[in-house]
Design a protein around this ligand. Structure first.
Ligand SMILES: *Cc1c(COP(=O)(O)O)cnc(C)c1O
Length: 398
């Protein structure tokens, strides 16, 4: 007889205690007394089948739970799965959601295309305008407020305590997508948010090799969400969970280094006369510089830097001359990525909507990786000098 029998499993388990979580690829677990009791109790059936619960996935979920300062957390097959599963768990037909206008493109499709098909009304507000939140939340009953804590690509911050207070006053809950900030910078649950979602694909994993999502909050809500991960099928694969677990071991170190390089790079860009504008929460001219100081932890201001050149034509030329930064979408990995919102993340918006989302002509987005600062500055300097500005400080160097 070939294969892996119960006796083999027992002797294997007794011989070793691994230092890191083993990758449990098994789809099903031996039905023992604990499992039958679990089934009979009508619980989450954690000892039954791998879609319900998997030890490798739970090991990674536990790390995320601690990072968010939450009482419970779950992982999903993608950030979108975490968002969709959470919204479908918390909302039902007839409900109303007040959501930020500036959200990730696929989240926006979910909010304005898919939720209305299920009888859920969605009203949009400007994320950084607390008065609009108060007005829309107070105007009619609302189940949820939904926003991103740091917006793409203009790095606007959600005033989490103020919006949470407005939501709670209206009997609604605040759900936030914390992907751009990550829990290294911001723990939204500590500022009044009820549920925090991350695309773990980005900073949490950090190596651009896993698609995964996370959601954290109170145990009661997480139990409801886990039941929907089971029925909607958005569970994370154990191998991906192991990669995420490993990435999480360096999460704090990575984001600290990336954020400090990003702040220095933003300062360097701002000194260039041929760069029209630089957006980073570390800058005194960031519209929410003061809020950043109150909300973001440990002096960290994030690894995303947005800057503006004369026009899309020069920006494209500069971007395509970069040799270190790779022209690609996504963010939060160890390698610096560069993209332009107008032809990538915000390509599906009309020109008017793009202006409303704050997308200026010539806007470039950097996700700063772990390369040394001087390497990134040299890369940018060479690209900027190769395509001089017609308007600003022609040919000048700082
Ligand atoms: C990437 C991203 C998502 C979607 O995450 P996936 O893991 O790709 O499904 C959601 N929100 C934000 C802000 C993102 O950047």
């Amino acid at each position: 007889m070939t294969g892996w029998r119960p006796d083999d499993a027992a002797s294997y388990q007794s011989r070793t205690t691994p230092l890191v979580p083993p990758v449990h690829h098994a789809v099903t677990y031996l039905l023992d007394e604990t499992a039958y009791k679990d089934i009979a109790d009508g619980g989450l059936r954690e000892t039954w089948y791998s879609r319900f619960s998997n030890p490798t996935v739970e090991a990674a979920a536990e790390v995320v739970r601690r990072l968010e300062g939450a009482d419970a957390a779950a992982l999903t097959s993608s950030g979108m799965s975490a968002i969709a599963t959470s919204l479908l768990t918390l909302c039902r037909s007839g409900d109303r959601v007040v959501a930020a206008r500036q959200v990730y493109g696929d989240t926006r499709d979910l909010l304005v295309r898919d939720l209305p098909r299920l009888g859920i009304t969605v009203d949009l507000v400007d994320a950084t305008d607390v008065d609009q939140w108060r007005h829309q939340l107070g105007r009619a009953p609302a189940r949820l407020a939904y926003a991103e804590t740091m917006s793409n690509p203009t790095l606007g911050l959600l005033d989490v305590p103020a919006v949470a207070a407005a939501a709670h006053a209206a009997g609604a809950r605040l759900v936030v997508d914390n992907t751009f900030a990550s829990p290294a910078l911001l723990r939204p649950l500590e500022h009044g948010a009820d549920l925090v979602i991350e695309s773990a694909t980005k900073f949490l994993n950090g190596h651009s090799d896993v698609i995964a999502g996370a959601v954290a909050g109170d145990p009661e809500t997480l139990r409801e969400i886990r039941l929907r991960i089971v029925t909607l099928g958005g569970n994370l694969d154990p191998h991906a969970a192991f990669l995420l677990w490993r990435g999480l071991q360096t999460f704090d170190l990575r984001v600290r280094r990336q954020s400090s390089t990003a702040a220095d790079l933003a300062a360097w860009l701002a000194r260039r006369p041929d760069v029209a504008a630089v957006i980073h929460p570390s800058r005194a001219d960031h519209p929410q510089h003061e809020l950043a100081g109150r909300l973001l932890r440990d002096g960290l201001r994030g690894a995303m830097v947005t800057f503006v050149l004369d026009d899309d034509e020069r920006a494209l030329a500069v971007m395509r001359s970069l040799r270190v930064a790779a022209e690609a979408t996504s963010l939060g990995g160890v390698e610096t990525l560069v993209s332009m919102p107008f032809n990538s993340s915000h390509a599906s918006l009309g020109a008017d909507e793009r202006v409303r989302a704050g997308i200026a002509a010539g806007m470039v987005r950097l996700s700063v990786g772990l390369e040394p600062l001087d390497v990134l500055c040299a890369d940018l300097a060479a690209a900027l000098d190769a395509h001089p500005s017609d308007h600003f400080g022609k040919g000048a160097t700082p």
